[in-house]
Each structure stands twice: as C-alpha cells, then as structure tokens.
Design a binder for this molecule. Structure first.
Ligand code: CUA
Length: 173
C-alpha cells in the first residue's frame, strides 16, 4: 500500500500524541495518586450510622495534623447534618457516604464537588477563605425529592471544633 509521505508523518504524530496523553494520565494516576474523590474506602450502606468511621456526624473534629474533619451522610432526601459550621482559613476534610442511592455534594461558589456513592466513602479536603453562608446542593438525580435536597454550610470564625481525634481511617488526602 502506498501512503503519501505527509500522510505518514501525520499518522505518526497522531500516534505519538495518544501515547503522550496516556503516559500523562498514567503518571498522574499512579505517580501522584490522583483519582476521583468518590471511591476512597468501602462501607456497608445499611450500617452507616453504626460505623465508627461516621461516629462524629455533626461534630467537626480536629485531626492531629490540624485538618478539621467533617463527616456527613446523604439519605433521600437530605444531608445529615443539614447545616455544617466550619471556620474559615482551615483545611476542611469532608468524609461522606450514602445510606441509599447515589447523591451529589456541591457547595455553590466553591471547589467542593463530589459524588456520594452507596457502598463507598467520598473524601476531599478544601479551605474556605471567606466567612459566609454557602448553599449545599445534591447535584446527582436521586429520586422524586432530589430538587429539595439541599443544606447549608456556614463558614464562621466562631464555629465550634471538637479537639483532637485519631482518624478512624487511613489515607493522606
Ligand atoms: Cu440526593 Cu439528588
């Protein structure tokens, strides 16, 4: 088969670009440990409220490294708790799971955004720089009450934080 010289150059370039992109994805996945925040650990969705990893729902707690951990469950059709109070300028680690179906977790106007999948624990860390009232919404369709599933995140310098607790899990995110 006769392939034009320039055609051959472009075919090689397309191949090189594919290999390059695949190696970037591979390097960030395996080298830097980048992954979606929604599949950190597994959990039995029927026993969320008995699980020791969620024994501090409603009580933001300071971890040994100064990060504040906020535990939260998503249940049709609300977040438990529905109102979260955290101080500004601190690392806030959200640990979340679902008691039934897939939900979403998005704090409007911030980079806090994750799926909450039953059977798994979602986790990510963020910092709120400015005090204020933020809208928390479920942005994955979860049933007839989906549109009403929302809550509030209040970033307030006076937000109470429980002192020191050893994390009931592993992972450095
Ligand atoms: Cu929960 Cu939509």
């Amino acid at each position: 088969m006769n392939i034009d010289f320039y055609e051959r150059i472009w075919m090689w370039m397309a191949g090189v670009i594919v290999v390059l992109f695949m190696s970037f994805v591979g390097a960030s996945t395996f080298g830097q440990g980048l992954h979606p925040p929604s599949h950190i650990e597994t959990i039995d969705p029927t026993k969320v409220f008995q699980d020791p990893r969620f024994s501090r729902i409603g009580t933001p707690t300071e971890l040994p490294d100064g990060t504040i951990e906020v535990q939260l469950a998503a249940i049709m059709f609300s977040f438990v708790p529905n109102e979260i109070r955290v101080p500004p300028g601190r690392r806030i680690r959200f640990r979340m799971t679902s008691g039934d179906v897939t939900h979403g977790f998005m704090i409007a106007g911030t980079n806090a955004n994750s799926m909450i999948v039953p059977g798994y624990i979602s986790q990510f860390t963020t910092t709120f720089e400015s005090p204020g009232d933020y809208l928390l919404i479920c942005h994955e369709f979860c049933g007839t009450g989906h549109h009403a599933m929302h809550g509030r995140v209040v970033v307030d310098p006076a937000a109470p934080v429980a002192a020191g607790a050893a994390p009931a899990h592993q992972g450095a995110h």
